[in-house]
Ligand binder design. Structure first.
Ligand code: NIG
Ligand code: FE
Length: 417
């Protein structure tokens, strides 16, 4: 089966000679082409070139291909959402008025709400309940042009329920068209039953959960919520090092609410990424630039928690490779709209229209080790392709808060149109 996309106003291939996570001006390289067509063969990109060149190279394929007319529209790679808490029970709309009245996110959590509330709901939910709920969310991601999603566990907070969440992800990896990358986050909170006995829970994560998750092959990454009142930098270091010993690559929720030297820790342990970073220090940003740690910025969380935004502009200018993501979760960022997150990154973190496209495609793919497969449109890569109903890419940020997704092609199949 082949697909030929003709007449697009712009094709953003996002291609570049830079194969590492992109920094500074590399983040503005869109690989923008006009007057080209895109040929897809099976699940791969076959060729991006003027139509007559494609016809010469692939006469038979062009003859039999399904033709899509993208006149007046643009074409770009499927979006990559590299930080979500995808699988969870319940919702937390009841917390919103509390926070609007001035109660803090951490106070609500410390009083037994927040992550603890969602943990109760996730423990109560059956495997099928969680599976069916998550399918709806993934379908919504696809409608917003997101074709690859990272998914963190962390609402089970005991071995049985962490594994239940991770098996939901595994089944969805087999059955849903969206590609899902799995992260173990047993260290998302200290469950109520270990309050005052935090080190005991850290021991369980290290000695029981991480070995089991690794043995079952249920995750590639290991993440920790390093935050005052949750896990200390010392505990986070132990958990991340333990994961490394089992082949799990470290990620870290760093400097989200209070500065806690999380960015510095990410650089020190060789984490692939540090995420959130709303209040990361100058030293932490410099350490990340030096180590090449990817900053995964989540401006939806600052928006929804009414907190200061991460210093995205400074990070890009300091040479930190930056990705952005929804942080989709029921407490601090209940949105699936990665396009709206791009808008927020422009308006509230001072990133350019070009940088946010890099940050939600190829740099996001790097943050979950998928840059060889997705994140750009290049011959041989998986054919995850969007057609967006705007005449130029700048309108994506200009007509904000809207979903411009017209057609989504996932691994060579039209899945949204
Ligand atoms: O990334 N900070 C920790 N975890 C999530 C929120 C989880 C929740 O509130 O349910 C976050 O913001
Ligand atoms: Fe998060």
């Amino acid at each position: 089966m082949a697909i030929l996309i003709n007449n697009a106003n712009e094709v953003l291939t996002m291609e570049s000679d830079v194969k590492l996570p992109r920094r500074r001006e590399q983040m503005s390289e869109l690989g923008l082409k006009t007057e080209v067509s895109v040929l897809i063969e099976g699940d791969r990109i076959a060729m991006i070139a003027p139509l007559d060149e494609i016809k010469q190279e692939y006469p038979h394929l062009v003859g039999s291909a399904e033709v899509i007319d993208a006149r007046g529209k643009i074409v770009m790679p499927g979006l990559v959402d590299c930080h979500t808490h995808l699988v969870h029970g319940g919702t937390r709309e009841h917390e919103l008025n509390m926070r609007l009245a001035g109660r803090s996110y951490m106070d609500i959590m410390n009083e037994g709400g927040g992550i603890h509330y969602t943990t109760t709901k996730t423990r109560e939910a059956s495997f099928d309940d969680l599976y069916n709920k998550t399918v709806q969310h993934l379908n919504e991601f696809l409608r917003h042009g997101v074709t690859t999603v990272e998914a963190k566990s962390g609402y089970g907070l005991d071995l049985e329920n962490e594994i239940k969440q991770l098996y939901v992800v595994k089944k969805l990896q087999e059955e849903h068209v969206v590609d899902i990358v799995s992260t173990f986050m047993g260290a998302h909170a200290v469950p109520k039953e270990y309050k005052g006995n935090e080190d005991e829970f850290v021991k369980i994560i290290i000695e029981q959960m991480i070995p089991k998750v690794a043995e079952l092959g249920l995750a590639e990454f290991n993440d920790v919520f390093c935050e005052k009142g949750v896990f200390t930098p010392a505990q986070s270091r132990l958990i991340l090092e333990a994961g490394k010993a089992y082949g799990l690559t470290p990620k870290i929720h760093a400097d989200e609410i209070e500065p806690y030297e999380g960015a510095e820790l990410a650089a020190e342990v060789g984490a692939i990424s540090a995420e959130h970073l709303l209040v990361a220090s100058d030293e932490g940003i410099a350490a990340m630039a030096k180590a090449g740690t990817i900053a995964v910025l989540l401006p939806g969380t600052a928006f929804f928690l009414r907190a200061p935004y991460a210093r995205g502009r400074l990070m890009v200018d300091s040479g930190v490779p930056v990705a952005i993501s929804t942080d989709f979760n029921p407490g601090s960022s209940p949105t699936i709209s990665l396009p709206f997150i791009q808008n927020l990154a422009c308006m509230n973190m001072g990133m350019t229209m070009e940088e946010v496209l890099c940050a939600t495609t190829i740099n996001a793919a790097h943050a979950i080790k998928r840059a060889d497969e997705v994140g750009t449109l290049e011959k041989g890569k998986q054919a995850d392709v969007l057609i967006l109903d705007v005449p130029n890419y700048k309108q994506l940020q200009y007509f904000y808060g809207m979903n411009h997704t017209d057609t989504v092609i996932k691994a060579g199949d039209v899945v949204v149109k």
